[in-house]
Design a protein around this ligand. Structure first.
Ligand code: FES
Length: 290
């Protein structure tokens, strides 16, 4: 059993929980995820690790209520328990590869210049990556996009580890427009140069942000929030097409080369149960749904 040691409401539908899971906290790396179950009747829910503290033995997760299962998670309170909290799963972010395992030293002396693009609740999984870079002497730029100002999350945390650029669809805070428009502004009007871009958010946002990165010849990694069931590479539920090949998000991802991802297929698979979730016990409740 895994105790919830703190709970914070980030917005009416978005909740942050710190969960006591020492073995997960000890080995977690940015980009990885956990699969949780509230009780023996609960679905297996994949959630990106948003932060981890090996000393305290805690792992931070953020969930957005979008269906029965995520509602059940968000009804849990401080002091309650998850039945299962399995992880860390998936591959760590490519950025971790930039540092040698010995001494945590950077392999490259200069750079890299990294741009993160976060949409909606995708901000939370961007945070550990930005923090990881910051801890290793690199301060990345981070674009955070939301429909309206009241939907921003993790902005203050992110400002401590990165240069933050906000944008809203309605202009209620920051740049007035969506993330691809702000990317264009940074890359063209402000003349910023980057070596690497990481995009995390709703699938449709990742598609268009990746297109924008490609227009500027900027390598882009995306974190795919595919449907998942077992999370061990055996069921095939999480399959996506990358570079014309079938890949399993749970064991080979969740991060892939955005230029190579078949986003249209991924979006079709991602939404296939949305209108009839009762028929599918494994509807993916990822926090990154649009
Ligand atoms: S979730 Fe079953 S193969 Fe990935």
């Amino acid at each position: 059993m895994f105790k919830i040691v703190s709970k914070r409401q980030l917005s009416p539908a978005i909740t942050e929980m710190k969960v006591l899971a020492p073995r997960v906290a000890e080995s977690a790396l940015p980009g990885q995820f956990v699969i949780v179950r509230t009780d023996e009747f609960g679905e297996r829910i994949p959630l990106t690790i948003c932060d981890y503290d090996p000393e305290a033995g805690t792992v931070t997760i953020v969930t957005q209520t979008i269906g029965n299962s995520t509602a059940k998670i968000n009804q849990l309170n401080e002091g309650d328990y998850f039945l299962d909290f399995a992880g860390p799963l998936g591959q760590p972010s490519d950025l971790v590869e930039l540092f040698s395992s010995e001494n945590g030293k950077r392999k490259t002396e200069s750079g890299p210049r990294v741009l993160f693009v976060a949409g909606g609740v995708g901000t939370a999984p961007v945070y550990p990556q930005a923090k990881y870079l910051h801890d290793h002497g690199i301060t990345p730029d981070v674009i955070i996009g939301a429909k309206t100002a009241d939907l921003f999350t993790y902005v203050e945390e992110m400002k401590k580890v990165s240069n933050v650029y906000l944008c809203t669809d309605d202009g209620s805070a920051g740049f007035h427009g969506m993330v691809p428009a702000l990317m264009e502004d940074l890359l063209v009007r402000q003349g910023k140069k980057y070596d690497h871009c990481v995009i995390i958010g709703p699938m449709i946002m990742m598609k268009f942000a990746t297109q924008k990165a490609k227009e500027h010849n900027l390598p882009a990694v995306v974190s795919l929030n595919a449907l998942m069931v077992d999370g061990t590479g055996m069921c095939g539920a999480c399959r996506v097409t990358v570079g014309g090949k079938t890949r399993f998000t749970c064991v080979e991802g969740p991060e892939f080369d955005g230029w190579q991802v078949d986003f249209d297929e991924a979006m079709r698979r991602h939404s296939m149960y949305r209108n009839n979730p009762k028929n599918d016990p494994h509807t993916h409740p990822c926090t990154c749904l649009p």
